[in-house]
Design a protein around this ligand. Structure first.
Ligand SMILES: Nc1ncnc2c1ncn2[C@@H]1O[C@H](COP(=O)(O)OP(=O)(O)OP(=O)(O)O)[C@@H](O)[C@H]1O
Ligand SMILES: O=P(O)(O)OC[C@H]1O[C@H](OP(=O)(O)OP(=O)(O)O)[C@H](O)[C@@H]1O
Ligand SMILES: [Mg+2]
Length: 332
């Protein structure tokens, strides 16, 4: 079959961070799902491949985390890895433009409001509202807030009834602004808190605007062809299978009444018996990892002389908890 240029297959485009702290974790995340990110031509090449997909099926776009949020909102990428903070900062109506597929368990950071330690009377947003009006009366100008999270700051301050302030856009070294005399307050991201502490700043008690981590995010603005959806399904299947495997343990034991034991393990620990139960055959359970040891004890109490607990690589099921909601939202 020949294709005219208009009908030639368009690949599924996945945007991944090309630098910064999300990059390595993103590559590890795809590799765990058996889908290594390939970058032929090295770090200067801005297009790559995923796993064994042909270039005509899946294309990787290497971008910065904030560009990824933007490309998802305009539909230039179908899927992308970026921080939730950037999704909310960059996209004005995230619920309408993107679908959050799953959190990824890395890139944790809080977007916070911080004030100088020396402001001993200020520990809440309400205190800040008080200070803001006095500040204006005393200094003539408005309280200045250094940040690159302009949209998040505006929305959060409005929510707390704080309007007497001015934003000073800051691209880097934001925490240095108060000491440098260019702002009184800071809205920035913090992970360990050491940068804030080093700059004699404190987070307000109710000053956490957003708790962020890296997420896999899908675009609702992109055009989703059947082929692109099919590729997304394979990818999300692998990711879901790996996630389920990582969060569960396989437990095996010979018990006298497997049916009863399986039911008890389900009730107490949320374990499932994916292959059913049969008297005289070892009972095989998949149990949430955190409860696996307790579940093993239960099996011993139910007469098992020996219980083995192992890790899993992949667990594929009929339902795909990641793909199904996406398909529903893009109307597939
Ligand atoms: N300690 C941290 N400091 C900054 N960002 C962090 C931290 N921990 C996690 N992140 C996340 O990393 C993402 C930002 O990544 P990165 O700095 O690479 O992107 P960028 O802001 O687009 O690039 P640039 O900083 O060059 O403008 C955000 O989602 C942020 O929440
Ligand atoms: O709470 P902490 O663990 O101290 O981390 C927070 C700091 O880390 C980031 O800066 P980064 O070092 O990435 O420099 P950047 O401003 O150039 O992004 C961020 O902008 C904060 O300044
Ligand atoms: Mg940065």
């Amino acid at each position: 079959m020949t294709h005219s240029p208009e009908t030639a297959a368009q690949p599924l485009i996945i945007a991944v961070p090309s630098k910064g702290r999300l990059q390595d974790n993103t590559h590890d995340f795809f590799a765990r799902a058996g889908l290594p990110v390939g970058r032929p031509g090295g770090a200067r090449n801005y297009r790559g491949r995923l796993g064994r997909f042909a270039a005509s099926e899946v294309e990787i776009a290497f971008l910065s985390a904030s560009e990824i949020a933007r490309e998802l909102s305009t539909g230039q990428a179908h899927l992308g890895v970026t921080g939730l903070d950037l999704v909310h900062e960059t996209i004005s109506q995230p619920e309408e433009l993107v679908h959050v597929v799953t959190p990824l368990g890395f890139g944790f950071a809080d977007v916070v409001v911080a004030a100088p330690d020396a402001w001993i009377d200020v520990s809440t947003m309400a205190d800040l509202v008080d200070v803001a009006s006095h500040f204006r009366a005393r200094n003539g100008g408005r309280l200045r807030v250094a940040t690159k999270y302009v949209a998040l700051t505006r929305a959060f301050f409005a929510q707390h009834g704080l309007s007497d302030y001015r934003i000073v856009e800051s691209a880097g070294a934001t925490e240095g602004a108060p000491a440098a005399g260019t702002a009184e307050l800071v809205v920035d991201i913090t992970t360990t808190g050491s940068t804030l502490a080093a700059n004699n700043l404190k987070v307000l008690d109710d000053g956490v605007i957003l708790k962020s981590q890296a997420h896999l995010v899908a675009s609702l603005k992109a055009e989703w062809t059947p082929a692109q959806l099919a590729a997304a399904r394979v990818i999300l299947d692998r990711i879901a299978a790996e996630e389920r495997a990582r969060s569960h343990r396989e437990i095996r034991a010979l018990v006298q009444a497997p049916e009863l034991t399986a039911r008890t393990a389900a009730e107490q620990f949320g374990a499932v018996a994916p292959f059913g139960t049969q008297v005289g055959q070892p009972l095989l359970l998949h149990c949430p990892a955190a409860r696996a040891a307790d579940c093993a004890t239960l099996l011993r109490d139910h007469g098992a002389p020996h219980v083995s607990v192992t890790t899993l690589d992949y667990v594929f099921g009929t339902h795909n908890p990641l793909y199904d909601p996406l398909a529903a939202r893009v109307g597939a």
